[in-house]
Design a protein around this ligand. Structure first.
Ligand code: FAD
Length: 425
């Protein structure tokens, strides 16, 4: 692997220009892909948080002896963006809805809206949905809301899918496409999916158990935001020459398109900063609590008369046996095998889980690691373990836990809070 040979990018995090630079590679900068860390589309300049608005913060207790689970997930990444086209297989109309990279939770409703719209052109009364990950389940619900009778055919139910091994934050353009293969038109499609999803999620805010909620996320750094950082490649060439991206610079980012509705980050002035680091920002991030939200969606599906059949498909010809003539195909990365779609590239990611700490009502991002307090535990994810930014995990299909990686991530957060002074928090 050759490092330092692609480009050195200046990630200006401060000021208006900074927001734009950040949006071009937020993961490498330590922010969610949704984050521009600054200005909104209106041209408003970056704000400093009002004095006194940082609430007392209960420290996160992060110790390796508290790890209760390590989950590994493979993002279903397609360089040209999710597959949403329509195919005829015998007398069946198959609408594909898979390949959402690191954005499947975030874009699920909008992607479902597009897929169901295509299914409706055949005027069906019944529809089959293959898969019960977050993309399949939302497709099934959108189809029901359009008045269709829906059966989900799936190998696994939501709690056992890759979907619930994710992070579960609003990250709508994380590993969603590469700029060149996706082409300029994909931006419009992405924006439609992102806006529809954002609106749909708002319907699930403020409900008992907080299936969906906002958390403050503190972005922390020992160096000034805007320090020059280097990005690396994994080898010569690019996706066009290798069939595999080689550099984080190949990944597409679209978040600027929806700046008008996404809360901007705000700088925390030094005298208000409770963290043992020199620089801090805060942003409000929408998060998905898998247990409560998944349970709610499944209940909604059953209450509307939905049926589930546990079944595994091995080849497109298996569809012949289904009674439904219209099928929405949502198998995630598994389309690589059962639909022989070799455009899908696995992108490995891992999360470590600590017991829930209900008094902790926020998240942090520091030194390539994020910690987030969710209803089912403290989630800790090293999102840049290799130092390769968005190239981290690309092409890696090792779906087993790496204990060392988990311990390193937990230790980073533990070290941060061992220096945290509750008097300041
Ligand atoms: C570490 C990590 C963190 C992430 N964090 C986020 C995040 O914060 N926000 C976000 O938006 N996204 C995130 N993602 C991405 C997100 O998890 C995926 O995009 C999403 O889960 C894909 O969902 P899916 O329903 O398409 O696929 P899956 O969850 O894989 O579901 C596929 C379904 O199809 C079924 N199936 C598969 N093959 C067959 C078959 N042959 N026959 C029958 N059924 C079959 C499966 O049983 C399953 O029910 C993250 C991913 C990772 C790895």
């Amino acid at each position: 692997m050759r490092r330092r040979d692609v480009f050195a990018g200046s990630l200006a995090l401060g000021g208006l220009a900074a927001g734009r630079a950040l949006a071009s590679d937020p993961i490498a900068a330590g922010l969610p892909a949704s984050s521009a860390g600054g200005a909104k589309a209106t041209g408003e300049s970056e704000r400093t948080a009002l004095p006194g608005t940082i609430p007392p913060l209960v420290p996160i207790r992060a110790h390796v002896d508290q790890i209760v689970d390590i989950k590994v997930c493979l993002r279903p990444f397609r360089p040209m963006g999710p597959r949403l086209d329509v195919e005829r297989i015998g007398d069946k109309l198959v609408v594909h809805n898979y390949g959402h990279g690191g954005s499947g939770w975030s874009l699920s409703w909008g992607s479902a809206e597009i897929a169901v719209g295509k299914a409706l052109t055949a005027l069906p009364r019944q529809v089959a949905v293959i898969g019960c990950g977050i993309v399949g389940l939302t497709s099934a619900l959108v189809a029901q809301r359009a008045g269709l009778d829906v059966t989900i055919y799936t190998k696994d139910m939501l709690p056992h899918t890759r979907s619930v091994r994710a992070n579960g934050s609003w990250t709508p353009d994380s590993r969603i496409a590469l700029t060149t293969p996706a082409g300029p038109e994909f931006g419009d499609l992405w924006e439609r999916m992102a806006r529809y999803s954002w609106k749909s999620y708002r319907d699930y805010l403020g409900l008992p158990g907080n299936p969906i909620e906002f958390r403050d996320s503190y972005i922390l750094s020992d160096k000034p935001f805007g320090s020059t950082q280097e990005f690396a490649s994994t080898g010569p060439g690019d996706y066009a020459s290798n069939g595999m991206p080689r550099s984080a610079s190949e990944f597409a980012h679209y978040s600027d398109r929806i700046r008008d509705v996404i809360p901007a980050a705000e700088v925390i002035a030094a005298h208000d900063n409770p963290f043992p680091v020199a620089y801090a920002k805060r942003e409000a991030v929408m998060i998905f609590n898998f247990g409560g939200y998944g349970h709610l969606l499944l209940s909604e599906f059953y209450q509307a008369g939905g049926k589930v059949v546990i079944r595994e498909f091995h080849a497109p010809s298996d569809l012949k046996g289904l009674k439904e003539k219209v099928i929405i195909n949502c198998p995630g990365l598994a389309a690589r095998d059962w639909w022989s779609d070799k455009t899908l590239i696995p992108v490995r990611g891992q999360t470590a889980w600590l017991p829930p700490q209900p008094d902790v009502k926020y998240g942090v991002r520091y030194n390539g690691v994020s910690a987030l307090s969710k209803s089912d535990g403290i989630l800790i994810q090293g999102f840049n373990a290799s130092g390769l930014g968005e190239m981290d995990g690309v092409g890696n299909s090792f779906e087993h836990a790496d204990r060392m990686e988990a311990e390193n991530a937990v230790t980073t957060i533990g070290g941060l809070f061992s220096r945290f002074s509750p008097r300041r928090g």
